[in-house]
Design a protein around this ligand. Structure first.
Ligand SMILES: *Cc1c(COP(=O)(O)O)cnc(C)c1O
Length: 232
C-alpha cells in the first residue's frame, strides 16, 4: 500500500525546501497530482489529504474518472497530455484547464468549443524547451508568434502561462537550462503582450526541485505521490 498522505506531506516539504533554498516565498508553488493510471479511490484519498488539482494525460481516462467522481468533493481536473482534435470536445467538457496546447489548429478549435459552452477555457501553451523530437510543444523560437496568433484568433481561451517537460536523462545542467529557458520566454512574453501569464508549469517527480529553483509556479507530480506506474 502506498502511503499517499505521507507522500503528499513529504513532497510539500520538499517543494518548500526548494523554495526557501533560492529565496522564494514558501507556499508559492502549486502542486498538481498527476493521477494517470491511478484508481479513483487513490485520487479521492489524495484530494481528502488536500490536493486541489489533478492532472490526467488521456482524454478517455479523464472522462471516465470525472464521470464517477463524488459530487461533494471539489477538485480541478487538468488535461496535461497531448490532445488530438477529435477528442477536444470531450476534453473541454471534462477538464477545467488544458495545459498542453501545442498547435494553432487545436487552440482555435478549443476556443470555438469553449465559446459554444459560453465559457473561457484556461490554457497553458506547451513549449518544447529541450528540442527533443519525441516531445510535443512549440519550438521556443516560435513562442511569441504562437501567442500572438492565439490572442488574435482565440477569444474564448484564457492563456495563463506556459508548460514544459524537462529533457530525458536527468542531467542537471540540461534540465535546468530547459526550465530557465521557459522562464525567460515567459518573462519576454509578459513584457511584449502586457499579460500577467502567472503560470509556469514545470517539474515532475525527478526534477521538481530544480524546476522550483528555476522559477516554476506549478509542479506536476505523479510517481513520487502514488508509486511507480505501468505506463508513462
Ligand atoms: C506523467 C506526467 C507527469 C508526472 O510524471 P512523474 O514522473 O510520475 O511525476 C507530469 N507531466 C506530464 C505531462 C506527464 O505526462
Amino acid at each position: 500500500m502506498v502511503a499517499i498522505r505521507e507522500n503528499i506531506e513529504r513532497i510539500r516539504n520538499e517543494i518548500r525546501d526548494a523554495e526557501v533554498s533560492c529565496g522564494r516565498r514558501p507556499g508559492e508553488v502549486r502542486l498538481v497530482a498527476v493521477t494517470k493510471t491511478r484508481p479513483i479511490n487513490d485520487i479521492i484519498e489524495a484530494v481528502r489529504c488536500g490536493i486541489e488539482m489533478v492532472g490526467e494525460n488521456r482524454v478517455q481516462e479523464l472522462v471516465e474518472k470525472v464521470g464517477t467522481w463524488p459530487q461533494d468533493l471539489p477538485v480541478q481536473w487538468r488535461l496535461i497530455g497531448h490532445l488530438q482534435r477529435n477528442k477536444a470536445r470531450k476534453a473541454v467538457q471534462a477538464a477545467s484547464a488544458v495545459d498542453s496546447v501545442d498547435s494553432l489548429e487545436l487552440a482555435a478549435f478549443l476556443s470555438k468549443l469553449a465559446g459554444e459552452g459560453g465559457k473561457k477555457l484556461p490554457v497553458l501553451l506547451e513549449i518544447n524547451t529541450s528540442g527533443e523530437g519525441s516531445k510535443n510543444g512549440i519550438a521556443p523560437g516560435e513562442t511569441e508568434k504562437f501567442l500572438e496568433e492565439i490572442l488574435k484568433t482565440c477569444p474564448f481561451l484564457s492563456v495563463e502561462g506556459f508548460m514544459t517537460i524537462g529533457p530525458l536523462g536527468g542531467d542537471e545542467s540540461k534540465v535546468r537550462k530547459a526550465f530557465s529557458l521557459l522562464r525567460s520566454l515567459c518573462g519576454k512574453a509578459r513584457d511584449s503582450f502586457t499579460l500577467p501569464l502567472p503560470v509556469l508549469s514545470m517539474g515532475m517527480s525527478g526534477d521538481f526541485r530544480w524546476a522550483v529553483q528555476e522559477g516554476s509556479t506549478m509542479v506536476r507530480i505523479g510517481s513520487a505521490l502514488f508509486g511507480d506506474r505501468t505506463y508513462k
